[in-house]
Design a binder for this molecule. Sequence first.
Ligand code: PLP
Length: 399
Amino acid sequence: MVIYLDNNATTKVDERVLEAMLPYLKEDYANPSSMYEFSVTPANAIAEARGKVKDFLGAKNEKEIIFTSCGSESANTAIKGAVAHNKGKKHIITTKVEHPCVLNTYKYLEKQGYKVDYIGVNSNGELDIDELKEKITDDTALVSVMWANNETGVIFPVEEIGDIIKSKNPETLFYVDAVQAAGKIPINVKDTNIDMLGVSGHKFHAPKGVGVLYVKSNVILPPLIIGGHQEKGRRAGTENVPYIVGIGVAAELAQNALEYEGTEVKRLRDKLETGILKRTYNSRLNSSINNRVPNTCNIGFEYIEGELILLHLSDLGICASSGSACTSGSLEPSHVLRAMGTPFTALHGSIRLSLSRFTTEKEVDYAIEKIPEVIDEIIKISPYQNELAHLRERANKGK
Ligand code: PLP
C-alpha cells in the first residue's frame, strides 16, 4: 500500500496523458522536422500541445512557448539568457528561498563576476517586497522570484513584483519559477510584467523529462542548448514529441481541475493539517495559513528528527519528505526554513506533505491516524524529555 503525500516532489502520470502520448512512442514516431508526409502528424501534435500550454499560461501567442526537458533547464535557459541579453549589467536579485536549480545557477554566475542580492522572508515565509524594491538599480540585469515555494507552498505576489521592477528599471528582466504554482493556482502571464516563466510537466501529472519556458515575445534570449533549428533556434535537439504531447494534455487537464484543486484538494489538505496539529502537542505550522497553494503543508515537530519521521512513515507506506527532494538525503536543515527563522528546535523535525487531485479522503484519514502515532513513538526516544514535558504541559493548559 502506498499513501503518496509527496506531490511537490513529483506526481503520478494521468492515464489520459499516457494514452495521448502512446501513439507517438509507437506508430507516429517520425522526426517532426522531416520533409515527408509521415512527419506531419507529429509536427501537428507539437503545434497542438503548444496551443494548449499557451492557453494554460495565458500567453499571447504560441511563439512565446519553448519546450524544454525540465524546470531546471527552463530556469537555466532564462537566467543565463537574461544576463547575456542584458550584457554589461552585473547585478541580479533573487530570494533566499528559491529552488536549488535557481540558487545554484546564481552561485555559478557569482563566480563569473555577478553580484547577487538574496531577499529574505518573514517567519510565515512571505517575501520582503520593500527590500526587493530598494535593491533594484540601473545595473540590475535580472530579478527572479518563484511563484510558489516548493517546501512551504507560500505564494509570492509575482504580478505586483513585476510592476515594481518595471517601474524602477524597464530594462531589468523578470523570471518567475512557476514550477510549484502550475496546476495549483491560476497562471495568467497576459498583461503582467513577467518576461519569462518556467514550469515542469512532472509536477502536474505529465511525465518527468519535459518542461516549458515562456518567453514574452519582445524578449530575445540566446539559447542554452545550441544546435539545430528546433523551437525556432531557441532550444536545439530533436523534439521529444510524446512528452510534449503529454505536457499539452496535462496542461489542459490541470486547467480544468483548478477549481477542484482550490476546493477539494484544499479541503483535504486542511483536514490533514488540522488533524495532525490537533493530535500532536510538539507541532507547529511552518508557513502562512492562507497565502499558500492548496495542496501543501509543512509541519515542524519540535525536539525530534525529521529523517526518523520519514523512515517510520515509509514503513507504513506513507510517502512524505523533508524539504525539497534535492536537499533531502543530506542532513543539512532546509535553507527555506532557515531563511524563515524557524526555531532550531523544529528545524530538523519538519516534514512536508503535499497532495494532488488523486489524493483520497481515505488516504488522508489513514495519515491523520498514523502520523501522530509515529510522532508519539519518536518522542519516547528523544533526548529532550524535559523540553517536551514543558511543551506537553503548555498544550494541556491551552485546552
Ligand atoms: N523549481 C521548483 C520550485 C521546484 O520545486 C523544482 C523541482 O522540485 C524545480 C524548479 C526543478 O524542476 P525539475 O525537477 O523539472 O528540474
